[in-house]
Design a protein around this ligand. Sequence first.
Ligand code: ADP
Length: 478
Amino acid sequence: MVWLVLSVIGGVLLARSELAQWREAFETDARISHRLLSQRVVQHEAVLATLALLQPTSPPGSADPAEQRLPSVYPQILSVLRRDPVSTWPDTTLPQAEQASRQSHTAVLANVDFTSARGRYQLVLAAQPASYALLIDVYGTVPWSDWPMPVQSSPVRVTLEHAGQVFVVQPGHITGSGWRFEFRKPLASASQPFEVVALRQVRWSELPWGAMVLWVLVVAAALAIWSAWQRQRSARRRAEELLRVGQVARLNTLGELAAGMAHELNQPLTAILANTQAARRLLQDDPPELTTALHAMDQAAAQARRAAEVLGRLRRTVEQPSPAASGQPVDLAQAVRNAIDLLEPECKLRAVVPSVHLAHPVRVLAERVALEQIVHNLLTNALQALDLVPASERQLRIDIASNQGMGVLRVADTGPGIAPETLPHVFQPFFTTREGGLGLGLSLCETLASGMGGQLCAQANEPRGAVFVLTLPLAPAS
Ligand code: ADP
């Protein structure tokens, strides 16, 4: 989506800037063409004014050398006509034009013909005693040597328009759909106000597709790099978090191990103590080996007591987490989200999508890391149990609620469940039914839960699977 939006915005901006450049170039060329044509037609007025001022030097009715030389100086002037007091105009429109010129005191157009290949028109100026008319070639009027565009290949169409007649100066290419630029302005001459019309049609195919495709690719590459970086970052975060949880787990497992050892060793130690005390009593009988036996037995008893004390202290330490570490308000849903986040690859691997159901936000008093450790262990166990059933039957549901001053977290799976005869043993240290299992996870979780003033218990899930229910004291409402 982001890629699409950026691609479209970039593409539109590129196209707009290209169009703006074309428009600027078009308007510059059109203005230059208009100026050049205006300069040319103004010359015609100047020529007529000069002729009228000088008047013929030869007698009326005969050719005047100056008039005859004029076309060689101005090639667009095809011929010069003169009406002396003794002669008349060769056609009927010229007298009307002369009449109009006499009234307006300016040159007047006559016989405009833009339909012929080169285009022609006449310009008449009434004067005394002789009036003049110029026959002008439109094509020759265009200053080709200074023309700003290549006439045949330029896409711009330039025409001169007058009273519905159109003379094509430059054909251009006005076809297809796209954008159209237009320039219209009459020539800067009162007597020859032909309208200069320039048109430019930009076709879709002329858009800067190369640059636009390049931009789309650049955006795609940048986004790919960015998302790879994001993925890498979250993988690194997850790895760090796993490491942290792993470290905590290792430490806690060590404690758990010590608790197990204490449990195992306490009995032999008690027996040693009892035996040595009995031996001590026997040695007091007659004949006794008093000094040696007494000394040895005292030593043994002292050793045994010290061992029991060490183990007892170790056990107490494991069972009671430091008061500073417990009792922070923790959002139960957040702890669940963190654990799910960590186990995301495991879930994906098994095609399991954990569903979290939260009636309302629940904050419990707990040690955050210990709580996350418990949730992590419960979810891991559930995933391991789901391994044992077909993928289509795997479901993992987590419910968060509160009940009678306690926050309640239920982790239910649709795995094979726990057999009724095994149920009482799952929290015992070293109890496992898993190949390669240590049997310390649940016992550790139970210890951590009770250390935080809570409870962990296991039940059968309906219709199948297992449910583990963790209860922890609710945090006081702030
Ligand atoms: P481990 O996972 O190393 O076996 P645990 O203390 O986590 O140790 O689990 C002890 C035993 O409890 C497991 O071996 C298994 O038999 C049983 N158990 C735990 N969780 C589940 C569960 N979600 N479904 C079925 N059995 C479970």
